[in-house]
Design a protein around this ligand. Structure first.
Ligand code: ADP
Ligand code: ZN
Ligand code: ZN
Length: 660
């Protein structure tokens, strides 16, 4: 009798065999109901064979094979197999995470047809700038696989380049996949794409869609009815029958990296997928990741540059570095910034004060006894949120009421220390009582709806001073915004995390890019106690290449990525000793022969050593050769699986980790 090899959504590196009377190889790629344990599950048929390595009498019979969808295609399996091998993730988990929730339900809900949306009137494209035309000319959609990095300053019209490429793909009868960061999936971009291609069938795929809508869009993409797929990281796995172009906007953005469950980089998967299909992929950013920049420098990726803003009236903003060492600051704001905001108010222009820390203050403390508001479950402080009168841990989400007096000594005079966006908002409002101050961070914007409402307020000029975190930094055009002030930048300059300067530079460059997008001239004031730091000099000169060159040199000297390849093994347990003992056992199982060039470091606690009552340790494996590391990891993972660990210990491997 035919035997089905079925992938199930389990963290196990194996398939499960079932008997199925009338199955044939034509059923590969279909979903199937199978008995598992005491219940039933939905799996994906990966193979149909005439026999199993298990004795037939031990095999159970499969349930119904589901035929509401055509089979998942071979290239989809190939993509998921690559991800599974590269990231040491179980194939079943990779395959099933790519499907919408409704397709994995045992009792699928009844889906109604979507109402037809009114098609917008098409918006004609602008004439290309010379630089845009040059970039476009360099990409040949008919020439097979290529990777290009489009490095364009903020406002240089990268989106227009994407849209023209999409247009070419559509004309050739192909589908285009446009990946955007979670936060950047703005109504703005979606509206722009729909307006340009009203007839094309545009679907979006992101986590804020309701389950039914997501499934509907996924089906339309898979069936080839939708031609443009606009999605966040997970959509890189969507099976698309006629895919001809992949674009990754803001390719440096960390939201392309999945940080839990199956840990993968959608950007890297995108490059693999383009290679596999023999199609072009375009990565765009004003501040590319140093990995991509290095690839462009060595010629592995083509480099395309847009150095000017697309709107001929718009200039890059003037960036001033404000030395705050000798200045008397008020609530962390320098007199020069206050004066600059005042000027904008007088001219009815908008200002943005950027502080990448939400809440009122990072900690509440008692000066009498030294008590600080620590989270009892994490190695972190509880952040003071005055707006809703809570102390809240930003790591585990746990919260308390604000104590009226010190919990240890009873002192009634306890103080907030440091500042976050709420405190800044309160102070700015007191300072400029007539101004409309609007705070934009994850506390004030919890849903896409609220986000759209905020953007509307800003666009229609119903806010004078914006206070915000990096939420405000990306991809928005605010025509009346002419001043950006940045506070609190110094912490990242000398951080232990060697990626911190890269992130800081990108953030400041992005947020600075909000100023002066239209005819009005923009100005950026950056407060720092290290005015001579080369990072700021590069920023003031809008010199990303200079900054990147210096960073890459430092990384090369230190042997950090992209000059080395890393994987990290993490373990979490109620006791740190258990986690470290497990990691030590894992290290001793690492078979590292001389010529493989893989280094195993000592186990150490993670930077956030305790999260939600679990102690966390990690162990770094590193190599100067990616193939060597890739060769080493599967054997090591299998060896680790054999360790008898305490029942409450959890572990995982992350390849190409961004955070430690
Ligand atoms: P980026 O994504 O590079 O930051 P955008 O694509 O958002 O830049 O473009 C910035 C602004 O320039 C937008 O308002 C856009 O409409 C405009 N723009 C883009 N290309 C052109 C062009 N060729 N001519 C005139 N305006 C353009
Ligand atoms: Zn006290
Ligand atoms: Zn916590």
């Amino acid at each position: 009798m035919p035997v089905l090899s079925v992938a199930l959504d389990l963290p196990l590196h194996r398939l499960f065999d079932y008997l199925a009377e009338s199955a044939s190889t034509a059923d590969i790629g279909l979903r199937v109901r199978v008995p598992f344990g005491r219940g039933e599950r939905i799996g994906i048929i990966v193979d149909v064979a005439s026999e199993s390595e298990w004795p037939q009498e031990q095999l159970k019979a499969a349930g119904d094979i589901l035929r509401d969808l055509p089979p998942l295609p071979a290239d989809f399996f190939c993509l998921c197999e690559f991800a599974s091998t590269y990231y040491q993730a179980a194939l079943g988990e990779v395959l099933l995470q790519a499907l919408p929730v409704g397709l994995k339900r045992l009792d699928p809900p009844d889906r109604r047809k979507a109402r037809a949306v009114r098609k917008p009137d098409p918006v004609p494209p602008p004439a290309l700038t010379e630089e845009q035309a040059g970039a476009l000319a360099a990409i040949d959609l008919t020439a097979g696989f290529s990777v290009h990095l489009l490095h364009g300053v903020t406002g240089s019209g990268k989106t227009e380049v994407y849209l023209r490429l999409v247009e070419q793909a559509l004309a050739a009868g192909q589908q285009a996949l446009l990946l955007v960061p979670e936060i950047n999936l703005t109504p703005q971009l979606e509206t722009r794409v729909r307006a340009r291609f009203p007839e094309a069938g545009v679907v979006s795929l992101h986590s804020e869609l309701a389950e039914a809508a997501r499934e509907r869009n996924w089906r339309a993409a898979f069936a080839g009815e939708a031609n443009i797929i606009l999605g966040t990281r997970l959509s890189v796995f969507t099976p698309l029958p006629r895919l001809g172009l992949i674009v990754i906007d803001e390719e440096h953005d960390s939201s392309f990296k999945q940080q839990d469950g199956m840990r993968y980089s959608a950007r890297d998967i995108g490059v693999f997928r383009a290679h596999q299909l023999g199609i072009p992929i375009l990565l765009g950013s004003a501040t590319p990741s140093l990995e991509s920049w290095a690839n462009a420098q060595t010629g592995r990726y083509g480099l395309l540059a847009l150095r000017q803003r697309a709107n001929p009236e718009a200039r890059l903003p003037l960036v001033h570095i404000l030395d705050t060492r000798k200045k008397a600051l008020q609530e962390g704001v320098s007199p020069a910034l206050v004066a600059a905001i005042q000027e904008r108010l007088a001219r009815r222009e908008q200002s943005l004060v950027f502080l990448n820390r939400r809440g009122y203050a990072p900690v509440l403390a008692c000066p009498a006894c030294g008590w600080v508001s620590r989270c009892t479950r994490c190695a972190a402080n509880m952040v003071l949120h005055l707006a809703d009168r809570r102390l809240r841990c930003h790591h585990c989400g746990c919260e308390h009421r604000i104590p009226k007096s010190c919990p240890t000594c009873g002192n009634q005079d306890i103080h907030p220390f440091g500042r976050g966006t709420q405190r800044l908002e309160t102070w700015l409002q007191a300072q400029f009582p007539a101004a409309r101050v609007l705070r934009v961070d994850r506390d004030s914007v919890k849903s896409r709806k609220q986000w759209e409402a905020m953007l509307e307020l800003i666009h229609t000029g119903q806010a004078d001073i914006l206070v915000g975190t990096q939420m405000l930094a990306k991809g928005h055009d605010f025509p009346r915004l002419t001043l950006v002030g940045a506070l609190g930048a110094d912490a990242a300059l000398y951080a232990a995390d060697w990626r911190a300067p890269e992130r800081l530079f990108a953030q400041l460059m992005q947020v600075a890019g909000r100023a002066g997008r239209a005819e009005l001239k923009g100005e950026v004031l950056i407060q720092t106690e290290y005015p001579d730091h080369p990072l700021f000099a590069a920023l003031a000169a809008h010199d990303y290449p200079g900054f990147a060159a210096r960073q890459l040199k430092e990384r090369e000297e230190a042997g950090f990525p992209p000059y080395a390849f890393q994987a990290v093994l993490r373990a979490e347990a109620p006791e740190m000793a258990n986690a470290i003992a497990f990691l030590k056992a894992a290290a001793s199982l690492a078979v590292v022969s001389e010529n493989e060039n893989v280094m195993i470091y000592d186990p150490v606690p993670m930077k956030l050593a305790r999260l939600a009552n679990l102690e966390r340790g990690q162990l770094l494996a590193e190599s100067y050769s990616r193939p060597a590391l890739q060769h080493f990891l599967p054997c090591w993972r299998e060896a680790i699986e054999s360790i008898k660990a305490p029942s409450k210990l959890r572990w995982h491997i992350e390849v190409d980790p961004l955070e430690f």
